[in-house]
Design a protein around this ligand. Structure first.
Ligand SMILES: C[S@@+](CC[C@H](N)C(=O)[O-])C[C@H]1O[C@@H](n2cnc3c(N)ncnc32)[C@H](O)[C@@H]1O
Length: 427
């Protein structure tokens, strides 16, 4: 939505309001009025009740939301719908392994299909199919809002948003709802300027920043990396300051324990168990765009590589090593990051070249390459930082300080303070 005719909008100004009667949720769908089905519908959890209501309403000629469903998309660009060729472009990224198509289909088969089967008065196996289930699930993912029905403020579903000063932390249980019209606003990372407010009789889309004439109105999904934007909503931001790269715990263990003999592998298993118990080793370690190494990753590398006696004493004292970089850990982490980089099929240069040849690349592949580029840039930043990393100089001893105060000759002779200290004192 772009403001064209109107003058600019001021922060707090109303863009549009919507009567509550147009909201589509478990509470408003006609499916909930079907007495025979109510107990099963009420027993469903998560998104399942709304998915079932949408599967029902979207296929009814008489549905109050027919014209709404007519204009909602039926095709999506999320990886859930990609072919194998397109999916290959996601190898190595944080998207692979989280698409969740099989899990979703299992929920359809195990939970919804028995209800669909049992109620031919409202459902048909040929209409309310797994494909329709995927369409409705995707619509909820990208178009729904999550709001507390009678509260004065709300945050949108996955559109709950740290761009706006969301107070969702303290919010009571929320209801997932389809909100026609409010869902036409697009996302742009870091540019949220509108938000949906729940009032007793209507919902109001208001500016949360001044918006100039010609500017786009955004209601965003929050500060998410491109891997999440692509996986959940099917698009990416060109440059995304919230990009991350995930390094799986398995990769770290694999690299740090690679030289171990079979006998020693039992030792590293003990350490892995310890790290998991202490909540240090996670499924993933996450690096941000600055390429900062998470302290937990340093501690993990230290524990995996420490001599057995040191490990035993650490377990006894329950004192974990400090997350302070050392030359040995720096070398190990360089190896971890280089190995992580090798998990992609292409290099950063290959990706740049592929994007430049844009005529040969589909939009899905472009999006996958953009995700890869964001992650690889972080890995290269972190690698560059590790390559130039130097241990901080040790603080001067009292003797050295005294000597430095006398004229600093001794300290200067050594060049680096560290070296100077090791040299015999010149008399
Ligand atoms: C809530 S809808 C926004 C309305 C959408 N423009 C429409 O007319 O249907 C969210 C969907 O819009 C698209 N979208 C939103 N922001 C986008 C962006 N910055 N770039 C590309 N597509 C975007 C994506 O397909 C996303 O799943």
């Amino acid at each position: 939505m772009v403001l064209m005719e109107s003058a600019s909008f001021q922060e707090g100004e109303l863009l549009f309001s919507l009567p509550r009667s147009i909201l589509l949720s478990l509470h408003t769908s006609d499916l909930a009025k079907c007495e025979s089905l109510r107990p099963e519908l009420e027993a469903l959890e998560g998104w399942n009740p709304l998915i079932l209501c949408m599967m029902y309403e979207s296929q009814r000629e008489k549905s109050k939301w027919k014209s709404y469903f007519d204009i909602l998309p039926k095709k999506f660009s999320t990886p859930m719908f990609w072919n194998d060729d397109e999916l290959r472009h996601l190898d190595g990224t944080g998207v692979i392994g989280k698409i969740g198509k099989e899990e979703a289909e299992k929920a359809y088969t195990d939970i919804l299909l028995p209800i669909i089967n049992a109620h031919p008065e409202v459902f048909s196996l040929t209409v309310h199919t797994v494909d329709l289930f995927h369409i409705c699930g995707s619509l909820i993912m990208a178009y729904s809002f999550e709001g507390e029905p009678a509260a004065s403020t709300s945050t949108s579903a996955d559109q709950s948003d740290s761009d706006s000063d969301s107070d969702s932390d303290a919010a009571p249980p929320t209801v997932i709802t389809m909100v026609p019209l409010a869902d036409m606003l697009n996302h742009r990372t870091g540019h949220n300027n509108a938000r949906l407010f729940y009032e007793p009789t209507q919902l109001e889309m208001r500016c949360i920043k001044n918006i100039a004439r010609g500017e786009q109105v955004y209601n965003t999904y929050g500060d998410r990396p491109n891997a999440d934007l692509l996986r959940m909503y099917g698009f990416v931001d060109e440059m995304n300051e919230y990009d991350v790269v995930e390094i799986s715990g398995n990769v770290v263990v694999e690299v740090c324990c690679k030289d171990e003999e079979e006998k020693e592998q039992k030792v590293s298993l003990k350490r892995i168990e310890f790290l998991l118990e202490e909540d240090i080793l996670d499924d993933y370690f996450v690096l941000d765009t600055a390429g900062n190494i998470p302290p937990e990753l340093i501690v993990t590398a230290k524990i995996l590589s420490m001599p057995p006696a040191e490990f035993a004493s650490m377990q006894e004292t329950q004192r974990l090593p400090k997350p302070k970089m050392t030359p040995e850990i720096c070398t190990m982490l360089l190896e971890v990051l280089e190995y992580r980089l090798s998990l992609y099929r292409t290099s950063l240069e290959d990706d740049d070249a592929l994007l430049a040849a844009s005529d040969f690349v589909t939009i899905n592949c472009r999006n996958a390459i953009t995700v890869q580029l964001g992650e690889k840039r972080i890995l290269h930043t972190a690698l560059d930082r590790l390559r130039v990393w130097q241990p901080e100089p040790e603080p001067m001893t009292t003797k050295e300080k005294r000597s430095a105060n006398k004229g600093g000759k001794d300290a200067k002779q050594g060049g680096e303070r560290d070296e100077g200290r090791k040299k015999p004192r010149v008399k």
